[in-house]
Design a protein around this ligand. Structure first.
Ligand SMILES: NC(=O)C1=CN([C@@H]2O[C@H](COP(=O)(O)OP(=O)(O)OC[C@H]3O[C@@H](n4cnc5c(N)ncnc54)[C@H](OP(=O)(O)O)[C@@H]3O)[C@@H](O)[C@H]2O)C=CC1
Ligand SMILES: CC(C)(CO)C(=O)C(=O)O
Length: 296
């Protein structure tokens, strides 16, 4: 199976690197040509020679295209991959959030739902640094059906050094992750620290739980039954006290955030349904101020 990984960043570099290391036929779509990939990981480091292409290069359509750009780069990435999507190509996004699925489905014939749990970032020399144990991909057909294509992807993933789960309810899995990351990126950016410090502070866990409860009420208007706030607090705690959302790591580097795609979309939904979400509103507002100040 020929695989194209779009974005050789924290997520794409890690999972694409693991797939390449397992013997899979992986190409990276990059914006600057490179054949090096370095991964420093709690599961073992890798120094790899990889295949890469830049947009516009003439190559045959791929069997699987893994999308791992930030949401604010997705529109351009969709244009860039269009020539590499054929009638048998499957597109698998690993982005946080939910509403990018519709963007992809509008354009491509076969899109799976997907998400990942991994704490990784791009280091100063372009290396991928993965800092806590989870390295999981959860994916499946959006309509919940079994398919040969999804099964073949699962077989390919099972040979690589990460955990993968083929689910028949990817919609709920994506919403669970969406709720979790919206609250986690919100609380860690507002408090500007890791989960351990937040949980040691007087009201940290309570505020995290309250934010999760607000977001659950919004998510449930989409007809999904998501994890309880308590379960999400447990998931965050299990990732270790040093865990920070990638959004905070991006803010520390002065980079843009996915606030519009995560908190912003949920604010729109809350307003549509008249749901009061003061903590979510404060979080989104703080992140919007960051964006305005960042651009000077
Ligand atoms: N980091 C994490 O721990 C986790 C992140 N996520 C989610 O995964 C998604 C990706 O995040 P992350 O990996 O952290 O982001 P990064 O910024 O680390 O990586 C994104 C990569 O996409 C590349 N890119 C952007 N546009 C294009 C394009 N048109 N063609 C080719 N490459 C492109 C960027 O290239 P360039 O270097 O040129 O800018 C960059 O290398 C986000 O939705 C995030 O929320 C999910 C779970 C964990
Ligand atoms: C919380 C975490 C690390 C889990 O995958 C994540 O998704 C992110 O920070 O973007």
């Amino acid at each position: 199976m020929r695989v194209l990984v779009v974005g050789k960043g924290a997520v794409g570099g890690y999972f694409g690197g693991r797939l390449h290391d397992s013997g899979a036929d992986v190409t990276f779509l990059v914006r600057r040509k490179t054949d090096d990939l370095q991964v420093q990981s709690v599961h073992g480091d890798m120094t790899l020679k990889i295949k890469s292409i830049v947009s516009g290069e003439q190559v045959e359509p791929f069997d699987l295209i893994i999308m791992s750009t930030k949401a604010y780069h997705l529109k351009q990435a969709i244009e860039d991959i269009a020539p590499y999507v054929g009638e048998n190509t499957t597109v698998l996004p690993l982005l946080n959030g939910y509403y990018h699925l519709a963007q992809l489905q509008e354009r491509f014939p076969h899109v799976l739902g997907g998400l990942c749990f991994i704490e990784s970032t791009i280091g100063p020399n372009g290396e991928i640094i993965q800092t806590s144990k989870r390295h999981d991909i959860i994916f499946g057909e959006i309509d919940g059906q079994k398919s040969d294509k999804a099964q073949k992807i699962s077989d390919l993933f099972s040979k690589a050094q990460f955990k993968s789960v083929l689910t028949d309810d990817v919609k709920t899995a994506m919403w669970n992750k969406y709720v979790f990351i919206t609250a986690l990126s919100g609380i860690t950016t507002i408090m500007y620290t890791s989960m351990g410090s937040i949980q040691e502070s007087p009201y940290g866990t309570e505020l995290f739980r309250d934010l999760l409860a607000e977001i659950n009420a919004v998510a449930e208007t989409e007809g999904v039954q998501v994890y309880s706030p308590e379960k999400n607090v447990e998931i965050a705690t299990a990732m270790g006290p040093k865990m920070k959302a990638s959004m905070l790591r991006d803010m520390e580097k002065g980079l843009p955030t996915e606030a519009d795609h995560l908190q912003g979309e949920l604010m729109k939904l809350a307003e549509k349904h008249g749901i009061s979400v003061p903590l979510l509103k404060m979080t989104y507002n703080r992140l919007r101020i960051y964006e305005v100040e960042r651009l000077g």
